[in-house]
Design a protein around this ligand. Sequence first.
Ligand SMILES: [Zn+2]
Length: 393
Amino acid sequence: MRATDAIQGTRAIEHLMALLRIEGLSGDERAVSDEVRRRLVAAGCPRSAIREDDAARRLGEKFHCGNLIVRWPGTRSGPRRLFLGHMDTVPLCRGAVPVRRGNRVVARGATAVRADNRTAVAAIVTAAEALMRCDADHPPITLLFTIAEEIGLYGAKAVRPQDLGRPAMGFNLDSGDPSKIIIGAIGASRWTAMVRGRSSHAGMHPERGVSAMLAAARAIERAASGGWFGRIEQGSRCGTANAGMICGGEATNQVTDRVEVRGECRSHSRAFLRRIVAAWRRAFEQAAASVRNVHGERASVVFQETSDYRAFRLPAGHPAVRLAMRAAKMVGMSPVAEVVNGGLDANPLVEKGIPTVTLGAGQHNAHSVDEYVDLDEYVAGCRLLFELMRAVG
Ligand SMILES: [Zn+2]
């Protein structure tokens, strides 16, 4: 059966509208998870194939729902394929009422419309339903609906490969145009610099104080004048860095003894990302050492880095990339490979040894009140997914 016959636009859009209507902020995905489960069971998926993992328990009290996992054996043998999309939406989607305007779905009021990422959730449900209904031949398949992507890829970071049946490759849906095949994504690190000085009366004995404020200011300036602030380009290597938060100080008449600065760095090259972070660490250490009082006491800094997600790039010849390209051509697209500057659920999965490509299902202008779903792209994304589930590869 052809994908255009197996996937009817009206049915695909029915799933989409139902899922777009459901609230589901990061950490509170329960209603979305229940709806996905209900729709899959109604389509013929055995209840025993569906389970929720224990990610919520492991992540802590802010999380009220785990990752939803569906595992099917293949009707033919072959490496297991994983299909995933995140269930949560950003706070700007709170209270959204999706309405159809011609070929688009938009929000009625001043909210985002939840296209990021319910287009993915609905497309996976639609393609899975079509696969069950037309009894198509397929290799072993795992569906994964992740939690808390928007606040730090928590669900994808917490999921265990053995709970997924150790898939050989993954297909993540979290983009717009389905003909763009995302084969790589940037890596990022966050850092915190705790700058310590010594307090003193700023009017009576300023010379006895060691200003953490001055040390922090010098550190940022030092990093910037060294070329490590904002967009960073050194030959063929590039990245970005930002000092995004600063807090400290208690009174204007008190030399500041404590300032905390937080920032982030990004690069497609892991080695270059390490260099950027090292430059910021050095800037803080040198700046702290340069601020001293009359007694020769210096400021000090504790600089801590936490890796957010690692950069990756799948080779063009990787089986997952080739399969995505072939399936896209089968549904009449002209696919192109892309690399993006944001973190995806694909990043932690690649780190766990599951090479993952990311595809689109019609979401646009995510995280803004201008967000919309392009319904032609959405239906095309559903058909691409259906081919990916059954294609011989
Ligand atoms: Zn998203």
